[in-house]
Write a protein that binds this ligand. Structure first.
Ligand SMILES: [Mg+2]
Length: 173
């Protein structure tokens, strides 16, 4: 499926939901692209998972901001790859640094930079430790098995809407 077709389907999925996140945050390695960028050379031409670009285009069309939270120890390689893939400018925040915490620091920085509350964010990552610590902050977090896909997007939006409705209900009590 080409990028345009994926984008079309992603837009259809987004159209199913009245409640949408304000910010979607992606991990890089094994979420947007199928490798650890620390093991690669800057001279290589990277590729994304097949659905990744179409999903990002659809989010952009919908006016939903995007950011990156990566614990890669080689931010220079990661940024070179984002440039080569021509997606560098799609992100309002790029937090790429290794840390002992499981991305709580990354999300605090993203929050400071964007002002978006954690409960208005949706996050995709392939490591359950990151999913666990970030969802404890109040971010709807989705574990991906084989990179970000249309199925993961639908799952993420479903969980996001569900979390929003139940937190509003609790606030009213
Ligand atoms: Mg990863």
């Amino acid at each position: 499926m080409g990028d345009a077709r994926v984008k079309e389907e992603a837009l259809q999925i987004l159209g199913l939901f009245e409640i949408l996140p304000r910010l979607v945050v992606f991990d890089l390695d094994y979420t947007l692209w199928p490798f650890y960028c620390e093991c690669r050379s800057k001279r290589e031409m990277p590729r994304l998972y097949t659905h990744a670009k179409g999903i990002m285009y659809a989010l952009k069309d919908k006016g939903i901001d995007m950011a990156i939270a990566s614990r890669s120890p080689t931010p220079d390689i990661a940024k070179t790859f984002l440039n080569k893939l021509e997606i560098q400018s799609m992100f309002v925040a790029q937090e790429i640094f290794s840390s002992w915490t499981h991305k709580t620091e990354h999300f605090q920085r993203i929050h400071r930079r964007t002002g978006v509350p954690f409960k208005s964010m949706l996050f995709f990552d392939d490591e359950d430790r990151n999913i666990e610590s970030v969802s404890n902050m109040g971010v709807t977090s989705i574990l991906v098995g084989d990179g970000v896909t249309l199925g993961a997007l639908r799952q993420g939006l479903t969980n996001f809407a569900h979390n929003t409705i139940s937190s509003n209900r609790n606030n009213r009590k």
